[in-house]
Ligand binder design. Structure first.
Ligand code: HEM
Ligand code: HEM
Length: 155
């Protein structure tokens, strides 16, 4: 198992435990759903780095590559759906609290959703025609969004 699998699982569990323990309303559940879809897509990175790792058996690499190929058709839809759900989260948050851009929670949320828009856009560009640049940008935005959402959730 790659360290990213553990990071993703711990992040997901932490978020849902926080949402349930300090229940503030449906907007938090909607945000949690968007995060779950983003983490599902981000797990592709964990799968790819495990496949590239020299310490993993050939058999395991083959089974991961087969699984990865089988779930690939869903990737673009789960990623796009995450964006739609994130927008619904924002609408609910704004209805409850209004826009308070100076609040860290909202500022980090707005950074997350801006990154998600770019991530989804570069995902579709990459799907239409892969170039090394598009691939690199898609992958880098993935790292950036995980870090920003992490801050959005823990604070
Ligand atoms: C990719 C976009 C986003 C994701 C994945 C996301 C995810 C989440 C999650 C999982 C929570 C619940 C965890 C917690 O309460 O600490 C949450 C809460 C919250 N989010 Fe977001 N969020 C996003 C964008 C935004 C944006 C753009 C805003 C601001 C307009 C925002 C404002 C908030 C606020 C204020 C809360 C706290 C609600 C409360 O405690 O009552 N989020 N978000
Ligand atoms: C939540 C949003 C998303 C995240 C976190 C995400 C993350 C990733 C990751 C980590 C990879 C593997 C990167 C690598 O090592 O090369 C990847 C590949 C890819 N992504 Fe996304 N992605 C998202 C949304 C999208 C969307 C909306 C599309 C739309 C088509 C898309 C299209 C692709 C394509 C075509 C690949 C290459 C697949 C392959 O060859 O295995 N992604 N994505």
């Amino acid at each position: 198992m790659n360290k990213w699998f553990f990071i993703n699982v711990i992040f997901l569990m932490f978020t849902w435990i926080k949402i349930i323990t300090f229940y503030h309303g449906i907007h938090a559940i909607i945000g949690g759903t968007a995060l779950t879809l983003i983490l599902y897509n981000w797990t592709r990175h964990a799968v790819f780095s495990t496949i590239r790792s020299p310490n993993v058996s050939r058999q395991r690499k083959i089974s991961l590559a087969t699984l990865s190929k089988r779930v690939l058709p869903f990737h673009k839809w789960t990623g796009s759906l995450a964006l739609v759900i994130a927008v619904i989260h924002i609408v609910f948050v704004l209805q409850s609290y209004g826009l308070q851009i100076r609040q860290f929670k909202q500022a980090s949320g707005l950074l997350s959703v801006s990154t998600l828009i770019l991530l989804v856009l570069f995902g579709w560009l990459r799907w239409y025609k892969t170039t090394v640049r598009r691939r690199y940008i898609h992958w880098t935005l993935g790292y950036i969004i995980i870090c920003i959402i992490f801050l959005h959730v823990i604070i």
